[in-house]
Design a binder for this molecule. Structure first.
Ligand SMILES: NC(=O)c1ccc[n+]([C@@H]2O[C@H](COP(=O)([O-])OP(=O)(O)OC[C@H]3O[C@@H](n4cnc5c(N)ncnc54)[C@H](OP(=O)(O)O)[C@@H]3O)[C@@H](O)[C@H]2O)c1
Length: 159
């Protein structure tokens, strides 16, 4: 199973503010949908709660430390208390999984060295974010490609 991380950050490595993503970039949202369609998506409880609704066509797994989890969540299909257990379960049914934040989950996934590839959008601006992408973790990856767009760039890194 291929494990991807997917994130969008600003020029100060910020990824969120007050529980939300502070910029609007419809091209990035469309790409997130296109890349993840049909696959499993793993998110921390706070990121799942920040979603406007369920992600159609994706199998969303929520990570939480709460014993008993969130079985009634409308925005996720399964919950896990452990990322390792989550990935071991997904391996049985999925070829690709996307680690989709937030900061706590990216940091934990890089520390466990489970990520094979990173798709990182860099927005051209700074939004004073209160959560950040752990960019130091990219030292273990090499840059495969960069595409420049109007208000952002897309970087692809491979371990
Ligand atoms: N720009 C982007 O690409 C992007 C992507 C995703 C999110 N975001 C932003 O990031 C922010 C949220 O990030 P965050 O770091 O505050 O929260 P988060 O990573 O989304 O969720 C944190 C929660 O995940 C659970 N958790 C954390 N580590 C765990 C572990 N090792 N095992 C099991 N469960 C674990 C805990 O849930 P419990 O409290 O329930 O125990 C914790 O409170 C929001 O602003 C969101 O908009 C941005």
């Amino acid at each position: 199973m291929l494990v991807n991380a997917i994130a969008a950050m600003d020029l100060a490595s910020g990824i969120g503010l007050d529980g939300k993503i502070p910029w609007k970039c419809s091209d990035d949202l469309k790409r997130f949908r296109r890349f993840t369609m049909g696959d499993a998506v793993v998110m921390g409880r706070k990121t799942v709660e920040s979603l406007p609704g369920a992600l159609d066509g994706r199998f969303v797994c929520m990570l939480t430390r709460k014993p008993g989890g969130y079985p009634d969540s409308q925005k996720s299909q399964m919950w896990f208390n452990s990322l390792t257990e989550c990935l071991d379960t997904l391996r049985l049914s999925h070829d690709r999984v996307w680690i989709a934040g937030g900061e706590e989950i990216y940091t934990h996934a890089f520390a466990l060295e489970v990520i094979d590839q990173v798709w990182l959008t860099v927005m051209n601006g700074v939004w004073g974010c209160d959560v950040h992408f752990p960019i130091n973790s990219l030292k273990d990856f090499k840059s495969e490609s960069v595409e420049n767009f109007n208000d952002h760039s897309l970087f692809h890194f491979v371990r």
